[in-house]
Ligand binder design. Structure first.
Ligand code: NDP
Length: 448
C-alpha cells in the first residue's frame, strides 16, 4: 500500500463521493477527493436541496391565499424572487461548508479542481499534479441532457435555474419528468405563466397511471398548460431579450425562460476512462458489478455515473457499501428492492414498490385498494383538490407490493409506510393498525 500516494482517490465530491471518502477514511484509509465545482455535488448545490427550499418558498402563495378562511388578513402581500433566491443560495453555501468540514474532520485531502484518470492507479489534476492510488472511485454523477435544436443556447437547465437574475413571468418547460414537474409547480405557485411541452403525452413515466392523471388534472386546474407530442424545434431570441418557442405545429409561445428537463446523462466526458481500459455501456454509463467494480480491478464507480437508480440516497448507500467492503472488512451490497421515491410537484406524489401494472405482470392475481379523499385542510380552504392513495396487494399472500400516494405531505407519509412494504407486511397488518385521527395518513389503514 505504501507504494501508492493514497489508498483511495475519489473523483467527484457529491453525495456518493463524500460518503465513500469519509467512511473509507474512518476505516483508516488514506483518502483524497477531487471536485471541479463545489463540495456537495448536484443534490446539495443545484438539485434536491435548493429545489426543496424553492418548493417551501412557493408554498406560501397557497397558504397565504388559504389563510383568509382561517381568519387571517394578510395585507400588502408581495413576492420578491431575489430574496428567496439569495436565501436559498446562502443556505447551499452553509451546507457546502458543513460537507467540507466533515471531510476535513475525517482527514480526507480535498483538491478543488478537475481530476482525470491516467491509468488503473493514476490520477492527474487540472493543475498538472499527478497521484497514484491503490483504488480509484468515480463518483462524477450525471449532467443535464440538452437536445439539439436551433436556439438551445438561449435555454437553461436545472444547473442555471437557481440563479435567475429576474423572476420570469412566462416559463416554458420541456420534459415532463421529475425536474419538469417540480419546477413547473414552483413557478406556477410563484405566479409565472407555465407551459409544459413534452415529446410524448405521458408525464412522470413509471409512476402509477391514476396518480399521474390526478396530478395532470390538478396542475391544469392550477393554470399549468400542457402541450403534448411536440418537442421544441427552435427557440428564437427577440429584440427585447424575450424568447419565442417553436414546437410542433403550435403557435410560437413567448417566454422569459425556457427550462430544459429532458433527463440527465452520466458525466464521463474527458475523464480518461480509456486509459484504464474502461468501456462505457449503451447509455454512456460506467458498467459496474454489485460491488461497484468496473471492468478494471482497481477502479470503481458509484451513483448517477453508473445510471442505475438516479437518486441521492441510493448513491449514498453505494458509497457506504463500497467503503465498508473495500476498507472496513464488512463486505455488503446495496439492496435495490423497494426504493421509495417522490416528486415534489404541487401536490407532491410518492411511491414505493410495484405499480398496479407492474404487479399484475409479475403476480397476476393482485388486489388494489384505494382511497380518494379531500384532505381536511383543502376542505377548510375550499380547495377542491383531492388526494389519492393506493395499496397494491398480492391477492395470494396478502403482502403489500406497492404504495402510491398523491396529496399534501405524501412524501413525508410514504417514507414511514415504505418500511412496512420493505418489511413484507400484509394488508391485514395495516387493517390491524388503529387509525391516527384526524390525519391524512390514516387513510392508509382504513382502506377496505
Ligand atoms: P426524467 O427522466 O425524469 O424525465 C425526462 C423527461 O424528458 C421525460 O418527460 C421524457 O419524455 C423527456 N425526454 C427525454 N429525452 C428527451 C429528448 N431527447 N427530447 C425531448 N424530450 C425528452 O428526467 P429529469 O431531467 O426530470 O430528471 C433526471 C433524473 O434526476 C430523474 O430521473 C431522477 O432520477 C432525478 N431527480 C429526482 C428527483 C426526486 O427524487 N424528487 C428530482 C429531480 C431529479 P418521455 O417520458 O415522454 O419519453
Amino acid at each position: 500500500m505504501a507504494d501508492y500516494d493514497y489508498d483511495l482517490f475519489v473523483i467527484g465530491a457529491g453525495s456518493g463521493g463524500v460518503r465513500a471518502s469519509r467512511i473509507a477514511a474512518s476505516h483508516g484509509a488514506r483518502v483524497a477527493v477531487a471536485e471541479e465545482y463545489r463540495i456537495g455535488g448536484t443534490c446539495v448545490i443545484r438539485g434536491c436541496v435548493p429545489k426543496k427550499m424553492l418548493v417551501y418558498g412557493s408554498h406560501f402563495a397557497e397558504e397565504l391565499q388559504d389563510a383568509a378562511n382561517y381568519g387571517w388578513t394578510v395585507e400588502g402581500m408581495k413576492f420578491d424572487w431575489a430574496v428567496l433566491r439569495d436565501t436559498v443560495l446562502r443556505d447551499v453555501t452553509r451546507i457546502e461548508t458543513a460537507y467540507t468540514a466533515t471531510l476535513s474532520n475525517n482527514q480526507v485531502e480535498q483538491y478543488l479542481e478537475r481530476a482525470t484518470i491516467t491509468g488503473p492507479h493514476g490520477v492527474k489534476l487540472a493543475s498538472g499534479k499527478e497521484f497514484t492510488a491503490k483504488l480509484i472511485l468515480i463518483a462524477t454523477g450525471a449532467w443535464p441532457v440538452m437536445p439539439d435544436f436551433p436556439g438551445n443556447e438561449h435555454c437553461i437547465t436545472s444547473n442555471e435555474v437557481f440563479h435567475l437574475p429576474e423572476f420570469p413571468k412566462r416559463v416554458v418547460v420541456q420534459g415532463a419528468g421529475y425536474i419538469a414537474m417540480e419546477f413547473a409547480g414552483i413557478f406556477n405557485a410563484l405566479g409565472s405563466r407555465v407551459t409544459v411541452i413534452n415529446r410524448s403525452d405521458v408525464i412522470l413515466r413509471g409512476y402509477d397511471e391514476q396518480l399521474r392523471d390526478r396530478l395532470l388534472q390538478i396542475t391544469m386546474a392550477r393554470g399549468i398548460e400542457y402541450k403534448f407530442n411536440c418537442p421544441i424545434t427552435k427557440v428564437e431570441k427577440q429584440e427585447d431579450g424575450s424568447l419565442l418557442v417553436h414546437a410542433g405545429k403550435l403557435d410560437p409561445i413567448p417566454a422569459d425562460v425556457v427550462l430544459i428537463a429532458t433527463g440527465r446523462k452520466p458525466n464521463v466526458a474527458g475523464l480518461g476512462l480509456e486509459s484504464a481500459g474502461i468501456e462505457l455501456g449503451a447509455k454512456g454509463e460506467i458498467p459496474v458489478d454489485k460491488h461497484g467494480r468496473t471492468s478494471t480491478e482497481s477502479v470503481f464507480a458509484i451513483g448517477d455515473v453508473t445510471d442505475r437508480i438516479q437518486l441521492t440516497p441510493v448513491a449514498i448507500r453505494e458509497g457506504q457499501a463500497f467503503a465498508d467492503t473495500q476498507f472496513g472488512g464488512n463486505p455488503h451490497t446495496v439492496d435495490y428492492e423497494c426504493v421509495p421515491s417522490a416528486v415534489f410537484s404541487q401536490p407532491p406524489l410518492a411511491a414505493v414498490g410495484l405499480t398496479e401494472g407492474e404487479a399484475r405482470n409479475a403476480y397476476g392475481n393482485v388486489k388494489v385498494y384505494s382511497s380518494d379523499f379531500r384532505p381536511m385542510r383543502n376542505v377548510f380552504a375550499e380547495r377542491h383538490e383531492r388526494g389519492l392513495y393506493k395499496l397494491v396487494v398480492d391477492a395470494n399472500t396478502d403482502r403489500i407490493l406497492g404504495i402510491h400516494m398523491i396529496g399534501p405531505d405524501s412524501p413525508e407519509i410514504l417514507q414511514a409506510a415504505a418500511i412496512a412494504v420493505k418489511a413484507g407486511l400484509k394488508k391485514s397488518d395495516f387493517d390491524a393498525t388503529i387509525a391516527l385521527h384526524p390525519s391524512m395518513a390514516e387513510e392508509l389503514v382504513l382502506m377496505r
